[in-house]
Design a protein around this ligand. Sequence first.
Ligand code: COA
Ligand code: MG
Length: 296
Amino acid sequence: MHPHKARRALLFMPGSDRHKIEKGATLGVDTVIVDLEDGVALNQKAAARETTAAALREVHFGHTERLVRINPILESGLYRDDLDATIEAHPDGYVLPKVESAAHVQQVADVLTRAERTYGWLDGSIRLFAIIESARGVVHLNEIAGSSPRLAGLIFGAEDLAGDLGAVRTPDGWEVYYARSAVVLHAKAYGLAAIDTPHVDLSPEQSQLLAETEQALYMGYTGKLAIHPRQVPIIQQVFTPNDEQIQQARALIAAHDARQSEGVGVFEYEGRMVDQPMIRAAESVLAQARAAGLEF
Ligand code: COA
Ligand code: MG
């Protein structure tokens, strides 16, 4: 497993489609999510498990993180077969759809603990990501976010949520804004990655995708789901600070350090008041840059 840093774009592909999985491995995307849930027809589930496991064993993904999305955690569900068929191929983690309670996460975590012991893998090394995409998921965010040390991120799913609420999707997205905000808030409260819903418009015109990704960044999200290769560079760029932002952050921190050593906490810098919150924001820009592999 690669020591993983940034998860800016996470590209979905159907687990039944070997060509797309192979293509996903060549794109330089931070993370791929091979899907066994809604992207796979019911009568293709078994074949998709085999295709996914074989691809995980055979395809070279370089630095790209490999996640598998399994089916929902229900009493009698497809998800156990998904885990059983793919665990031996050792993905870096699993994405859990329609998570509505801490127990959903813990049920999968227990299966992974047993597998890690069986195969002699590092205890707790297989990560989990919970998609919050139902009314119950949103109202139980606090227990879900604190459910397991394996949990590495919360993912917001707007389309399923709108279906569950009986809400109508609109370009501005106000109908899901409370939930989108709640997901990032709980992720940050528990030190988790916050990953935004995919932009499902596939038209080559990408200004809407750019605006939606920038809004996610401004809200505190650290990454966004992608569904087509052409979305990947746009998303990864939005979540990568540019040279100017890095230089500004460094200059601000340097000015702050100099004032601190003079015994001054709050000061004026380029016409604006600067104190701790601005310094923390500058440090977070530098952390994002480092996670993206930039050196400065
Ligand atoms: N991952 C990897 N490769 C992909 C891809 C994806 N998500 N989407 C498309 N590609 C590949 C295609 O195979 C094609 O490759 P080629 O040029 O080597 O033949 C190329 O990128 C261009 O694709 P395009 O023709 O524009 O799209 P398509 O009609 O083949 O597929 C979708 C359209 C929507 C079916 C496809 O983008 C897709 O499967 N997206 C992911 C869907 C998914 O997993 N949903 C579940 C979670 S929401
Ligand atoms: Mg969904």
